[in-house]
Write a protein that binds this ligand. Sequence first.
Ligand SMILES: *Cc1c(COP(=O)(O)O)cnc(C)c1O
Length: 383
Amino acid sequence: MTLKHYLKQQLQAQDPSLYRQRRTHANPQQIEQTLNGQPLINFCSNDYLGLANNSTVKQALQQGVESYGVGAGAAHLISGHQQPHHALEKMLAQVCKREQALLFSTGYMANIGVLSALLQRGDAVFMDKLNHASLIDAVQLSPAKRQRYRHGDMQQLEEQLARSDAKHKLIVSDGVFSMDGDMADIAVLQQLAKRYDAWLMIDDAHGFGVLGSEGQGSIAAQGLPSDSVDIYMATLGKALGTFGAFVAGDNALIDWLVQRARSYIYTTASPAALAKATQVSLDLMQHSDKRARLADNIAYFRAQVPTSWQLLPSDSAIQALIVKDSQKALDLSAALYQRGFWVTAIRPPTVPQHTARLRITLSAAHKKKQIKHLIETIQQLLG
Ligand SMILES: *Cc1c(COP(=O)(O)O)cnc(C)c1O
């Protein structure tokens, strides 16, 4: 069978309600978009602070290009590690109150790099069933054994840890779960890690820049000291509005990753200009009113939603309305789009069977009347 024939067959065999399509748009990443001259309000971006199209951040990128050019030209360990990368790592370590931070090109690569650098045959990884796909792939690429516990089920995790005879144990969890919006109980994870001599890693892609008194993320939001986890990973393409990711921890961890994280070593460094832009967005994240505005919008949204909605519990910018059926989720999303609201339907296998949902994300840049209008429109569509 030719490849083309095979793929056509596979595509035809797929459930049409799970078919994935991209929507092309010609706007910058911002809340207020236009589609054929009609306004379209974006409620599905991860640009939680509205920094992706911020003029100060854009200027920093432009100036960065003037000073450092476009491409980094080589990997960090060859000749690609430029002063802005280094300065950004220092800033990130400071924000996270850790000894050091290491920049990665993407969060996906950071997760793959960390797990491949730390784990060997005979080791085991324990992860929440709702962890991000990049963490699942990272374990699959590592020689360690994978054990998954039911979402938030600390008792099952404890049973798995108690039974394990792995040489090294690593517990990995999303800080804020990307499709649900709730938080991992990091205090309990830390206790279990201590009790069973395991290491702890938190992927805080959706917590960093959003939660905590200074935007340091889920750990601070739960009142815990920054060194409660061994490995803190977060991304820069979400709340920070730019691109990339980092891992923060003690000197030994970062030193080891520089030696062994393959997705760090064998890839071209991201542009230095991008690091310049991220320095500015990091400063805006910490010192502007954007986080406060976002928190205000989250509280407003939750207060306005009718009690009849099956809304998952969440204090984060991610608000999931469960509609169960994939086709229904698609239909709702399409109807909202026609009415000027961009909300993607999230379906299996991104989420478990029968939990298709509208994943509504809030931003500091939303106006209250836009949020109110969205809720009213969804309510009408739900009938
Ligand atoms: C988005 C995301 C990633 C991947 O980060 P990228 O920089 O987009 O590759 C990793 N983990 C979680 C929890 C995410 O939501």
